[in-house]
Design a protein around this ligand. Structure first.
Ligand SMILES: [Zn+2]
Length: 611
């Protein structure tokens, strides 16, 4: 991964240059900037007026808003975020920043004085009468006004920045801040080798990333906290922090590449995925001059297709976004590979959850093709209430469907399956079937199966189509020519054993019984015979005679053909059925229950209705 980042950083450097050497805030797109204008020369320093202007990202070097200044750290330049309620706090921040600035450039001392707490308190204590007094200096009056008026300039519906202007120049342009800028640039690499007051610098050894021998190598180059010197040091170098360069030495060039790569990822290639976050890391397959063009395209496309947590419940949108992402990646024609880096970041911890490495665009195309193929089956078309009550929609496959069966508490499994699908790796069918049938049984008990059976089917169909789960073909001796067989032929990957057909059809029959019960009694007591949808071979066997008995009882046995088919299939499939798990049996039974209507002839339906 670190090599991929380095490569990405190199392309960025080559094509974009290092356009952010001040490590400025990259994410801010718009803001209201409150500018405090000051006059400053050898003898005098005073406040002039307040201006506002619209933040322009392209001109951010003017205000030098440095990103990621957290907690008690002091930014290097006097531009801060501000809100109407926290103006005092923001002024305090500016005060602290200017105090450091004046140490580097003493010419800023008088400006720093104007942000002094004592001074600000004194100005604030003035009242209108004192300010209007002819004796008071113009400067004090103005200072009084500015402290009381900042809040008037704060925008309610945009972010607010507060910065200063000296003699008509922004911080970034002002000669007064030139020494501070220079100081910043020389110290920026410090983070890579100085931490906890410890210096970790190596000399003339090989760079961990590029292998070159450099004059100096940094020991704390932690691109992501996971790769921080801390972790590797604990493993190999104990707690001797000053020796971390021995474990993970990075040359200044690589440190810069890694920083640029990280910025690129955080910019447009950082995405939300069903409760997880991931970075999409594009890597050229060969050293290609035109890779940067691809990168730009991907970035551009990715910008518009971000799924946010808020939108996660909108399944239609989810489908569209996933399709767009896959199509975007598939269109790259194997000039690049993609790594999905699922991670979890909280405070100082950065945890890798899963890494789906080096996926070729053709793989995405394969998944798209499989998706299109399975989505065409009748079972998935026009499902009423799929997305909205009272409306019909077609079911399509997306990774959210996997999440249905592997919810948050199974997040690692969810990501594991996702990764395996992306990487074309085999998945354990037993494991998947178990989870699906647990979910279906729970839904059955709560009478809340919201098209989950169709979702399970489409999920398995995709896995079969992509050849990711094994086929467990069994004995197939019974030849039938009826509507049931027509259905089985449509889904050969599901119905490749007599016992599977038998169980499926028993599910159809059981649901028919319940439909008739419901017609007659407005209740379905037969449900209690289904063991909460946890069925073994014995339960399946007893359900055939029990169903027939019930149907006779209601004088509604319209299903001789079905019963006969079950009996034949059962006889042939029974030895194998006995060896099957409850999970797999219950799954086939549930599909049967779900699809019973599909097989009812007009006569049968009428018969039921006439009862
Ligand atoms: Zn290097």
């Amino acid at each position: 991964m670190i090599n991929k980042l380095k490569m990405l950083g190199e392309y960025v450097q080559k094509n974009e240059g290092d356009n952010n050497s001040f490590n400025l805030n990259n994410t801010l797109e718009s803001a209201n900037v409150i500018v405090l204008n000051f006059f400053l020369d050898e003898n005098d320093c005073y406040f002039k007026e307040i201006d506002i202007y619209e933040y322009d990202k392209a001109k951010r070097e003017k205000v030098l808003l440095i990103k990621d200044v957290k907690g008690n750290k002091v930014s290097s330049f006097p531009t801060v975020f501000i809100d109407a309620k926290g103006i005092d706090k923001s002024l305090k921040k500016l005060n602290r920043i200017l105090k450091v600035c004046k140490l580097i450039n003493p010419k800023l001392s008088s400006l720093s004085h104007l942000f002094n707490k004592d001074y600000l308190d004194w100005v604030k204590s003035l009242d209108d009468a004192e300010v209007n007094d002819q004796q008071g200096s113009l400067f004090e009056k103005k200072s009084y006004n500015y402290l009381n008026k900042i809040s008037d300039f704060v925008s309610q519906d945009n972010s607010n920045l507060c910065t200063i202007h000296i003699n008509g120049e922004y911080v970034g342009d002002s000669k007064y801040f030139q020494p501070i800028k220079e100081n910043y640039l020389t110290s920026i690499d410090k983070d890579y080798y100085e931490k906890y007051s410890t210096i970790s610098l190596g000399e003339r050894i090989h760079c961990y990333t590029c292998g070159c021998v450099a004059k100096k190598l940094y020991g704390f180059c932690s691109t992501f906290k996971f790769y921080s010197a801390n972790e590797t040091a604990y493993i190999a170098g104990g707690f001797q922090k000053n020796k971390t360069w021995k474990n993970y030495p990075v040359c200044p060039t690589c440190a810069n590449y890694l920083r640029l790569a990280k910025e690129k990822l955080n910019g447009n290639l950082n995405r939300y995925f069903y409760g997880n976050k991931y970075f999409l890391i594009p890597t050229p397959t060969l050293d290609r001059g035109d890779f940067y063009e691809n990168l730009k395209d991907i970035e551009e496309d990715f910008r518009d297709i971000a799924l946010s947590k808020k939108e996660e419940s909108n399944q239609q949108l989810r489908n569209e976004l996933e399709e767009d992402i896959f199509e975007t990646l598939a269109s790259q024609k194997d000039q690049a590979t993609f790594t999905f880096f699922f991670y979890k970041a909280s405070n100082s911890e950065f945890k890798i959850l899963q890494e789906a490495e080096d996926i070729l665009p053709s793989r995405f195309q394969k998944i798209i093709d499989a998706k299109k193929k399975v989505e065409n089956f009748d079972e998935f078309l026009n499902l009423r209430g799929l997305y909205k009550k009272g409306e019909s929609h077609n079911l399509s496959f997306n990774f959210g469907i996997i999440k249905t069966f592997f919810p948050s508490s199974f997040n690692n499994d969810f990501l594991d399956i996702t990764t395996k699908i992306l990487k074309d790796q085999k998945i354990s069918k037993t494991f998947i079937t178990h989870q699906i049938s647990e979910h279906l049984a729970k839904g059955f008990r709560n009478e809340a199966l919201y098209h989950d059976i169709e979702k399970a089917m489409i999920f398995l169909k995709i896995l079969y189509e992509l050849n990711l789960i094994e086929h467990t073909k069994g004995k197939m001796e019974i030849k039938m020519e009826n509507k049931y067989e027509d259905y089985f032929k449509n889904h050969p990957e599901f119905y490749d054993a007599d016992w599977k057909k038998a169980v499926f059809l028993t599910g159809v029959l059981a649901q028919n019984v319940m439909d008739i019960q419901y017609q007659n009694r407005n209740a379905t007591p037969f449900r209690s015979r289904l063991n909460g949808l946890k069925l073994d071979s014995r339960a399946i066997k007893r359900l055939l005679p029990e169903s027939i008995e019930k149907l006779e009882q209601y004088k509604s046995n319209y299903y001789y053909e079905l019963e006969e088919s079950i009996a034949k299939l059962m006889e042939s499939g029974e030895p194998e059925l006995k060896q099957q798990s409850v999970d797999e049996i219950s799954f086939y039974f549930a599909i049967g229950m779900n699809l019973n209507k599909q097989f009812k002839s007009k006569k049968e339906t009428e018969g039921e209705n006439n009862e």
